[in-house]
Design a protein around this ligand. Structure first.
Ligand code: CO
Length: 211
């Protein structure tokens, strides 16, 4: 048996079990999607949004990329953000990073990962550069990497607040709240590190008028 065939077999078992517990389970889910949360997380296979938060299908709208970045030229992320915030009207947007992130470790070094990955990891290097004094003062490499993960998450939350998608929603419906969380691979626990409540003032240059 090929490894991928096990996924299909396990899928059948899962669907059967769900239906046995609640015969209307899939009918109900297929009729309506009203998640309260948008999750922007790392693609890392060890950080699955639903499993680590104990949530079910239908509860979290998800976007994942390497190192959970909010990059202002990322059409994919912005389409997800716009749909979740403007149409699904989520109440919370969560950026969830994680300690032990391979993307962050890669960006902290000087290896050449070839053009496309270098381009993506550059966003992490920028966060490092903006906080160089604080980070360079941390002698232990793992502690420094963990602090960088916190700072990256904080910066991505600020990046969200700079968007007209978020600012328009803040003006129209005083939501969503923006949360920066970090997940620990070693203990499975999520630590909230930063939060912006709706209508928190941000730098004037990033503030849109007449939304
Ligand atoms: Co990661």
């Amino acid at each position: 048996m090929h490894s991928y065939e096990k996924l299909l077999i396990d899928n059948k078992a899962w669907a059967t079990e769900k239906k046995e517990l609640d015969p209307e389970y899939f009918t109900n889910l297929s009729n309506l999607q009203t998640p309260e949360f948008l999750w922007i997380g790392c693609s890392d296979s060890r950080v699955p949004a639903n499993q680590i938060t104990g949530t079910q299908p239908g509860e979290i709208f998800v976007h994942r990329n390497i190192a959970n970045l909010v990059v202002d030229t990322d059409t994919n992320l912005f389409a997800v953000l716009d749909y979740a915030v403007t149409h699904l009207q989520v109440k919370h947007v969560i950026v969830c990073g994680h300690y032990g992130c391979g993307g962050v470790k890669a960006a902290m070094g000087n290896a050449d990962y070839k053009d496309v990955l270098n381009m993506w990891l550059r966003n992490i290097k920028d966060v490092y550069a903006h906080n160089q004094k604080e980070l360079d003062a941390i002698g232990e490499e793992e502690t420094r990497a963990e602090r960088l993960v916190d700072l990256i998450v904080k910066q991505q939350v600020i990046n969200l607040a700079k968007t007209s998608v978020i600012q328009r929603a803040w003006k129209n419906r005083q939501a969503p709240a923006l949360h920066g969380w970090v997940y620990g691979l070693k203990d499975g626990l999520i630590n909230p590190v930063f939060e912006l409540k709706p209508n928190t003032p941000i730098d004037h240059i990033y503030t849109y008028e007449n939304l």
